[in-house]
Design a protein around this ligand. Structure first.
Ligand SMILES: NC(=O)C1=CN([C@@H]2O[C@H](COP(=O)(O)OP(=O)(O)OC[C@H]3O[C@@H](n4cnc5c(N)ncnc54)[C@H](OP(=O)(O)O)[C@@H]3O)[C@@H](O)[C@H]2O)[C@@H](O)CC1
Ligand SMILES: [K+]
Length: 217
C-alpha cells in the first residue's frame, strides 16, 4: 500500500537517494525550491509590496535566498533578516548572489509579506534567542506569513509554536508533521525535480508535477 505522507526522517532519506543515485545536487534542488517559492510570494505581492525573507545558516535559508534573488530580479523590494552569520558554503554563495541582485540586509520598518526560510527540517527545539526574537517580530507584524518547507518552531505534533504561517510551501512530498496544521493554513507542495522512480522506491505517489510545479494540498 502506498503511504500518503512522509516523516521528516523518511523524507531526508528520499532526498539523500536523489542526490546519491541521480546526482541531483542540493544546489539544483534549491534552485527549483527557490523559484517556486518566489512564484508563490509574487502571487501575493504587488509592485509596492515590501517583502522580508528570514534566513538561517542552512539549506532552508539557501532556498529563501534563491527566492530573494528571483524576486529582486523581477523588480520586487526584497529585504533579508539575517538572524545568524551565514557561514556555510551554499547559503553563503546564495547570499552573495541575492545581494548582487539588489536584495537588502535588515528588517524594514513595515513588511507586507514575511517569509520564513529561517530553518527547515534540521531545526531542533528549543530555538536560540536570535530566532525567537525574529519570529516574535514577524508574528506581531500585520504581514502575510509564508514558510518554506516546515514552519520554524513547529512542534512534533504540528503545532505552530513559532512562526505563525498563513501559507506553507513544502518541498517534493507531503510531510506527516504538516497534517495537523490548523485548517486555515494553506499548504502547497513544490516540485524539486526528483524522479518518479525515487517516489516509487519510497512507496509514495508522485504528485502530479508533470502538469503543475506548485500544487495546493
Ligand atoms: N532536497 C531537499 O530536501 C532540499 C532542501 N532544501 C531545504 O533545506 C532544508 C534543510 O536544510 P538543512 O538540513 O541545511 O537544515 P535547516 O533546516 O536549514 O537548518 C540547519 C541550520 O539550523 C541550525 N539550527 C538547528 N536547530 C537550531 C536551533 N534550535 N537554534 C538555532 N539554530 C539551529 C543549524 O545549526 P548547527 O546545528 O549547524 O549549529 C543549521 O545552521 C529543508 O527544510 C529545505 O527547505 C532546499 O533548500 C534544497 C533542496
Ligand atoms: K522554514
Amino acid at each position: 500500500m502506498q503511504v500518503t505522507s512522509l516523516s521528516l526522517e523518511a523524507f531526508k532519506e528520499m532526498d539523500y537517494w536523489a542526490v546519491e543515485k541521480y546526482n541531483l545536487s542540493i544546489e539544483l534542488m534549491m534552485e527549483n525550491a527557490g523559484l517556486q517559492l518566489a512564484r508563490l510570494i509574487a502571487k501575493k505581492a504587488n509592485e509596492s509590496s515590501v517583502i522580508t525573507i528570514g534566513v538561517g545558516n542552512g539549506n532552508n535559508g539557501g532556498g529563501g535566498l534563491v527566492a530573494a534573488r528571483r524576486l529582486a530580479a523581477w523588480g520586487f523590494n526584497v529585504n533579508l533578516d539575517l538572524v545568524v552569520p551565514i557561514t556555510k558554503d551554499l547559503p553563503k554563495a546564495q547570499l552573495e548572489r541575492a545581494l548582487l541582485f539588489g536584495a537588502k540586509e535588515g528588517i524594514p520598518e513595515t513588511t507586507d509579506i514575511w517569509v520564513d526560510a529561517y530553518l527547515g527540517f534540521s531545526q531542533r527545539l528549543p530555538l536560540s534567542d536570535a530566532f525567537v526574537k525574529s519570529i516574535a517580530l514577524a508574528n506581531a507584524s500585520s504581514a502575510f506569513r509564508i514558510s518554506l518547507d516546515i514552519p520554524v518552531g513547529i512542534s512534533k505534533d504540528g503545532e505552530l509554536l513559532g512562526f505563525k504561517a498563513n501559507q506553507v510551501m513544502t518541498l517534493a512530498a507531503p510531510k506527516t508533521i504538516l497534517e495537523k496544521l490548523p485548517n486555515e493554513v494553506e499548504v502547497f507542495m513544490a516540485d524539486l525535480g526528483i524522479p518518479k522512480s525515487v517516489y516509487e522506491h519510497f512507496n509514495i505517489k508522485m504528485p502530479n508535477f508533470k502538469e503543475h510545479q506548485l500544487i495546493a494540498l
